[in-house]
Design a protein around this ligand. Structure first.
Ligand code: NAD
Length: 506
């Protein structure tokens, strides 16, 4: 690939991609069955998709079948049939099953991590966190299932006693992105099963392995039909799920464009929609911030998962009085980031991007940013292959209103803009279509309470970024979608209330 950014810097200034011995990450015998998982059994037949490719060395990993209407219908029917019994289980029964799933994930964490690395190229620190967090959301949902209640029973009208029941919705369709294949699936499956729904899940076409392995690992503890997996491309299988009459609610984690497509396909059948979409998280660095701690914090929060993270700290807005000092410290942090393949060591922080197409997209974004007046302070180029690596990059002098200040990059790229006062910082932070996450870096106590209230984002951190917990809601405003993952609110989103009123007047 040639872009202007790849040509103008000496190769020895660039970070090197560290590579391991190149032994297979996953043995043949450890691979999951490569097929749909429907009604408790794998189906590996059918026309195959484009090959799965390891993004860290570009070798072909596997070929998988694509679902057609027949597979989707079978999965939806199996989920509907299983709902009759699963929806009638007690919270305690469901909680026990969720805890058993969490135990299996923990017991096989190492293998699940390697499968995730094979599909995504993630370093061990990221896969270990993904798998541990997936187990944790099942544990949290087990507890939450037993404490979810309706409104207290009472007479709100004379002689009429009301009870508000909380019920499952039925069959939930789930569409998962490639950036956290196991974790994003777990964020949905755990609360869905916790409230008594059954699920039909479509992993991203680039990254199905960890979810298929999970299905294999838990096939003996989850009743047939409660969890089904169909493989295939979004525009075909995802779109068909969104309009399928047998799916009662459709939940997507993905891009804004896919969110729009899912919502409009769902409109025809008026099914409920739950959307976790893209982000462009502003990072407001005030003149009183601890600049060293901020720069160190962004090293992780901006480049975690190679920046392929909807909440990544991508868009720095820094007070003009401290901008030069801050950029210097940030560049120094970024210079130290080890880049490499999943087997290159526990200390690797940044791996490859998911695909060649995505690598080209990120490099083209860096090019256009420079055409719009931005300057590369560090990075800015592809790294020699094999593998889809891009240097950890900081772009400075980014101008208000340009693409770099407004659009999601989804790669290892931080952009830096400056502001003159607090009102300007807040106005510009909010001036994006997204509303997922933001952070504020300040030592001023009043500002740390006041500025988050003025920011139009579903999560606002102060003096931190990208710190999540299963107990706390995650989700966006505006173009970042609606609905909440994690926390008790996810269980609410995947269930429904019913008011039953009894006239006991005599
Ligand atoms: P994507 O939208 O391309 O794909 C996500 C999923 O949607 C895939 O399974 C894909 O097959 C499917 N899909 C694509 N087009 C579809 C359609 N027309 N109908 C139905 N399904 C369709 O997104 P991606 O590239 O896999 O993931 C990156 C995006 O996801 C980024 O924008 C990122 O910000 C977002 N994301 C958001 C969150 C969050 O919690 N808000 C978390 C992770 C990723």
């Amino acid at each position: 690939m040639t872009t202007s950014t790849t040509t103008d810097r000496a190769a020895d200034e660039r970070v090197q991609v560290r590579r391991g011995a190149g032994d297979p990450l996953v043995a043949e015998a450890e691979m999951p069955p490569l097929g749909h998982f429907i009604d408790g059994a794998f189906d590996t037949t059918g026309p195959v998709s484009a090959p799965l490719v390891d993004p860290s060395d570009e070798h072909q990993v596997a070929l998988l079948p694509q679902a057609g209407t027949a597979e989707l219908d079978r999965a939806a029917d199996a989920a509907a049939a299983a709902f009759a019994a699963w929806g009638a289980t007690t919270p305690r029964e469901r909680a026990e099953l969720l805890l058993a799933i969490a135990d299996r994930i923990d017991a096989e964490a190492e293998l699940l991590g390697r499968l995730e690395a094979l599909d995504t190229g993630k370093p061990p620190s990221v896969t270990a966190d993904d798998v541990a967090s997936a187990a944790d959301v099942f544990r949290f949902s087990a507890g939450a299932a037993r404490s979810l209640t309706g409104l207290g029973t009472a007479d709100y009208v004379a002689d009429h006693t009301s009870l508000v029941l909380r019920e499952p919705v039925g069959v939930v369709g789930v569409i998962v992105p490639w950036n956290y294949p196991l974790l994003m699936a777990a964020w949905k499956i755990a609360p869905i099963l916790a409230v008594g729904d059954t699920a039909v899940v479509k992993p991203a076409e680039l990254t199905p392995l960890s979810l298929l392995k999970l299905a294999e690992l838990i096939a003996d503890i989850v009743p047939a039909g409660v969890l089904n997996i169909v493989l295939g491309r979004g525009r075909e299988v995802g779109a068909a799920m969104s309009s399928h009459p047998g799916v009662d609610l459709i939940a997507l984690t993905g891009s804004v464009g896919s969110g729009r497509a899912v919502a409009s396909a769902a409109a025809e059948s008026l099914k409920r929609v739950h959307l976790e979409l893209g982000g462009k998280a502003p990072v407001l660095v005030f003149e009183d911030a601890d600049l060293e701690a901020t720069a160190a914090g962004l090293r992780s929060a901006s480049f975690w998962n190679s920046g392929q993270e909807c909440g990544a700290a991508t868009r720095v807005l820094v007070h003009e009085d401290v901008a030069d000092r801050f950029v210097e410290q940030l560049v120094e942090q970024v210079r130290q980031i080890p880049v490499g393949t999943p087997d290159a060591g526990e200390d690797i922080e940044v791996g490859p991007l998911i695909s060649q197409t995505h690598q080209e997209r990120v490099l083209a974004f860096i090019d256009r940013a420079q055409q719009d007046g931005a300057r590369v302070a560090i990075g800015g180029a592809a790294l020699p292959g094999p593998g889809y690596f891009v240097e950890p990059t900081v772009l400075v002098d980014v101008r208000e209103g340009t693409e770099a200040a407004r659009e999601e990059v989804f790669g290892p790229v931080i952009t830096v803009e400056t502001f003159a006062d607090e009102d300007e910082a807040v106005r510009r932070a909010n001036d994006v279509v997204y509303g997922l996450a933001a952070s504020v870096w300040t030592r001023d106590a009043a500002r740390s309470l006041d500025v988050p209230r003025r920011l139009d984002f579903g999560t606002v951190w102060v003096n931190s970024h990208l710190v999540l917990a299963s107990e706390l809601p995650w989700g966006g405003f505006k173009g970042s979608g609606y609905g909440r993952d994690l926390s008790i609110h996810a269980l609410e989103d995947f269930s429904r209330t019913k008011h039953v009123q009894i006239n006991h007047g005599r």
